[in-house]
Design a protein around this ligand. Structure first.
Ligand SMILES: [Zn+2]
Length: 330
């Protein structure tokens, strides 16, 4: 397993992609697998090529590309790699619409977000900057094809070993982790990061689930973080930052952070019912970028979902607005 760090134009900084080199266990033939591939920039491509060269490899040698989730910093070079190597592309079915046509997905999502923001009492100028930043992401995407879908329990052979697929929605609905049961190594990508808590990004129900309830991404995320911690990995290879040697302890800290944040919001709601914006604004008073506003709304909605599931908070409609109220308080 080799870690290649590639630059990204995004605030998160460099992304880690992983090179697994070794015979395929089925055929015994040499086979090179890349897990995620970096953003669609000349700088990331150059870093990928020089990283491969360090290990005596070229893009043309890649047989298999695994996309852990659909975010632009993880998938952008897919077409370049497939065009030069003919590699098969593996990902969870949930990622396919985003990968196939990001702009159509973005437009499908828009009314879903607009409804939440309107109900949340978010000011028009804040909605404007969030929508602008969503449009801006289009340039980092191009249509790409998944050759083979993988889901919970499937086995991917890579680097001469078998990796079990864990579908762990939270940071994104189609996110997968890979776990090697014999060495207890985990490819955690953005499901578990060493230095930051991954945002559980608010998403509409998947295509085909029209009219279904909004997935509670933070609730799912916490559930699947615990599930991964229970595997007790000896090492986790994250999508950003250094390798993780204390996955169980890190998960404990992450879950405690979310519980503390939820408790704080609950305390504020005991004073008086609040809209989504009335919680976001004082919690994150210094935001200016559209994407940060978007992620802040995702995060607070996630904490409200936790409180609702705990039976501590309820949503009350007030005309077009939705206010969140501590139960038992009038
Ligand atoms: Zn991501």
């Amino acid at each position: 397993m080799h870690t290649l760090s590639l630059p990204t134009p995004f605030p998160v900084g460099p992304v880690n992609v992983y090179l697994l080199d070794g015979p395929s266990t089925s055929s015994g033939q040499a086979s090179l697998t890349l897990v995620d591939c970096g953003p669609k920039t000349p700088e990331a491509l150059a870093a990928l090529e020089s990283g491969l060269a360090l290990h005596g490899k070229r893009i043309e040698d890649i047989r298999q590309l695994v996309l852990t989730h659909h975010h632009a910093d993880h998938v952008g070079l897919t077409n370049v790699i497939v065009g030069r190597s003919g590699a098969v592309v593996l990902s969870h079915p949930y990622n396919i619409p985003y990968l196939a046509d990001y702009e159509t997905e973005r437009l499908r999502h828009l009314p879903f977000y607009e409804e939440i923001w309107a109900q949340g009492g978010v000011p028009a100028e804040i909605i404007g900057v969030m929508e602008k930043s969503g449009r801006g992401m289009t340039r980092w995407h191009e249509p790409m094809k998944v050759t083979r879908t993988v889901d919970e329990g499937d086995i991917i052979t890579a680097g001469g070993a078998e990796w079990r697929v864990y579908h762990t929605p939270g940071h994104s609905g189609g996110l997968i982790c890979l776990f090697n049961e014999s060495t207890r190594e985990l490819l955690s990508n953005d499901h578990l990061l060493p230095d930051i808590t991954s945002n559980a990004v608010m998403e509409p129900p998947p295509l085909g689930g029209a009219g279904g309830p909004r997935p509670k991404r933070l609730v799912e995320y916490i559930h699947h973080m615990q599930r991964i911690a229970d595997l007790d990995p000896v090492i986790a290879y994250p999508g950003h930052g250094d390798l993780i040697h204390n996955a169980r302890e890190l998960v404990r800290k992450r879950i405690a952070f979310h519980r503390r944040r939820a408790d704080k919001i609950y305390a504020a709601l005991c004073d008086r019912p609040l809209t989504l914006w009335e919680i976001v604004q004082p919690t994150f008073p210094k935001l200016s970028h559209g994407m940060d506003f978007f992620l802040a709304h995702s995060e607070i909605m996630g904490h409200l979902d936790i409180l609702v599931d705990d039976g501590r908070v309820e949503a009350v409609e007030d005309g077009r607005l939705v206010r969140w109220r501590a139960k038992g308080n009038s």
